[in-house]
Design a protein around this ligand. Sequence first.
Ligand code: NAD
Length: 296
Amino acid sequence: MAANIIDGKAFAAKVREQVKGHVDRLKEEHNITPGLAVVLVGEDPASQVYVRSKGKQTVEVGMNSYEHKMDADTSEADLLAVVEKLNNDPTVHGILVQLPLPKHLDEDLIINSISPAKDVDGFHISNVGLLGTGQKSMVPCTPLGCLMMLRDYHGSLSGMDAVVIGRSNIVGKPMAQLLLGDSCTVTIAHSRTKDLPDVVRRADIVVAAVGRPEMVPGDWIKEGATVIDVGINRIERDGKNKLVGDVDFASCAERAGAITPVPGGVGPMTIACLLANTVTACCRANNLAEPEGLTA
Ligand code: NAD
């Protein structure tokens, strides 16, 4: 069986189009332009690439993009002051502090200083709690993107067996909460899981978020299962640099019913969902109806 390839690049373009439609309406009917502020501390090259890409896509959908670049030795007090200013700025509807932060800064403290209503990354402890209790929250972008693709492919996920490999706060745990919210029977597997192949073989939906290149082989996959590969791993093969996921694409695609590729699967959905969260935050801040299909 050859799996259907879930095209995250095309799906993300569709989400951005939807976001742009809502932004246009907010501007025309309410004279409001959603604004996203991104704070970058230090010069981590990967973070610089992400921030540039976020800024570019924010402007492309018609939103205002504000970038705050701060030196690597910025003090906690100075960073907290910038976040506080953005919290109080009515033109800013979403705030994202790019992670990882330099070691001397307390990430939890900084993230929890962001106003939960503007926390478009969904990492604030209030949003984590709201998601965990099935209440309206800001949902972390990468798991939200995975959920959107799964809903689009399957329609209802109710009653499906889902296995999430990885228990990080950024991907694994919120992913599991979202699947539970859609009435899946959810297992979270991790580095201490006893018989991972056996656990994965039971799954109708496998979400791999580990960070280990191609660790899931095809023979772990139940015939016809849907495989969502969150992993982004840079490897060298045949003398060339290559990007691969956490699943072995070729062998998993032989058994899966559907699979996301790397690159071009989950990756592009993350920024699209950041834009979606920003427009949602803007609507909520202005007591306007939320855009449909862009939240969990
Ligand atoms: P993390 O390092 O915080 O968490 C990895 C998880 O994998 C841990 O919970 C750990 O228990 C589990 N794990 C480690 N070894 C394992 C093993 N042998 N068997 C089973 N589980 C194991 O990573 P993260 O931030 O959740 O990211 C995971 C991957 O997803 C990385 O490759 C990262 O680059 C990628 N990622 C992609 C996007 C995107 O936009 N597509 C966003 C975030 C993360």
